[in-house]
Design a binder for this molecule. Structure first.
Ligand code: KG4
Length: 334
């Protein structure tokens, strides 16, 4: 059976066609970065308008590249939440309409499940149970994944998500949106030990995150240097900020693995394509004898393939779909 995956939760319109054995036939994505970059972040109203323009051509191109038609599709998987309501509504309503007209079964997918399972698009796959660190522009969460549909939330951010912190620091340094990849490129030529930015560990044993204080510390550092008429050491600021984020993400993920007695760690979400995060996580997993799996960068950021994959599993678990279902803005994975 072939599954059409549709993703429109934030600022990427994406679609993919996936076989039951997780072989990917096509994956198409239109990014809205150019629209939002001059505002320094995603403007929800502009995002939903852009999804409206892109959704039909993106889905058609995914079908075309896979050399199939809608009649060949056995399941339509679509992101139901969490995300921006206006953005979600475009993909979800379009999927419901396609499903109704073509009498194709439909399944609503939680975006977080997509990120947790995106590693199964790769040849090397983890076995359950595993600890999943999901880090993107909208979330920083740690889950215990028991099987393809059972996820327990162990920790999450209490304020900014890791990607949001990257984007906000990028903005205050004068970089364009999305700033995460720019900060990580700039960090490559800086020293991670140049400036000791604070690490927020919260209460002992807590798996929650907090990145807003770190963002303020970077702002204060920049203001102080400017007052002294010093030029900002951009690479060192980026490397030192990145190191503070990476250290907390890695150590809390390993703590979760120890607390749960689990030996396998998985990463997903846009920030998990950060080379330093991958490097440190790999090193620490080796030291603690944990197995570590992560998807290639194009599967880390939002994509239709991960939604198709999570949809196949969710549909096996619960094949009943009601057209009364609506989108939601907070993850239902608890
Ligand atoms: O998962 P994603 O594509 O979209 C959602 O937020 O759902 O993640 C996008 C986020 C942005 O905040 C972006 O700046 C960040 O991931 N990001 C990175 C890197 N690549 C993308 N952050 C740090 N380092 C990177 N290399």
């Amino acid at each position: 059976m072939l599954t059409l995956g549709i993703e429109s939760s934030c600022d990427d319109t994406a679609a993919a066609v996936l076989k039951d054995d997780f072989t990917l036939l096509s994956s198409v994505l239109t990014s809205q970065d150019q629209i939002h970059t001059r505002f320094g972040g995603v403007v929800p109203e502009l995002a939903s308008r852009s999804h409206l323009e892109s959704i039909v051509p993106v889905v058609n191109e995914a079908l075309q590249r896979a050399a199939v038609s809608l009649e060949d599709i056995g399941l339509i998987a679509v992101t139901q939440g969490p995300g921006l309501i206006g953005s979600l509504l475009v993909g979800f309503s379009y999927a419901k309409a396609l499903s109704f007209v073509h009498k194709t079964p439909c399944v609503g997918v939680d975006h977080m499940a997509g990120h947790i399972l995106s590693v199964f698009l790769e040849k090397e796959q983890p076995s359950f149970p595993f600890i999943a660190l999901v880090v993107s522009g909208g979330t920083s969460s740690i889950y215990l994944a028991k099987d393809f549909t059972t996820f327990t939330l162990l920790g999450r951010t209490r304020d900014d998500a890791a990607g949001e912190a990257f984007d906000k620091v990028a903005k205050l340094l004068g970089f364009s949106y999305p700033g995460g990849p720019i900060v990580s490129r700039e960090a490559a030529s800086g020293s991670p030990d140049a400036i000791r930015f604070p690490r927020s560990w919260l209460e002992k044993g807590s798996l929650d995150f907090s990145f807003s204080g770190l963002k303020t510390a970077v702002l204060n550092y920049c203001n102080t240097e400017r007052q002294k008429n010093n030029s900002l050491p951009l690479s060192d600021i980026c490397a030192s900020f990145q190191e503070a984020v990476v250290e907390v993400l890695v150590e809390k993920t390993l703590l979760a693995a120890r607390q749960q007695g689990v030996d396998t760690i998985v990463m997903g979400g846009g920030v998990s394509s950060n080379p330093r995060l991958r490097e440190v996580m790999e090193k620490r997993c080796r030291e603690e004898q944990k197995q570590f799996f992560f998807p290639r960068p194009s599967y880390c950021t939002d994509n239709g393939a991960m939604i198709a994959l999570a949809g196949i599993q969710a549909h096996r678990q619960d094949p009943v779909f009601s057209y009364d279902r609506d989108v939601y803005c907070r993850s239902i994975l608890s």
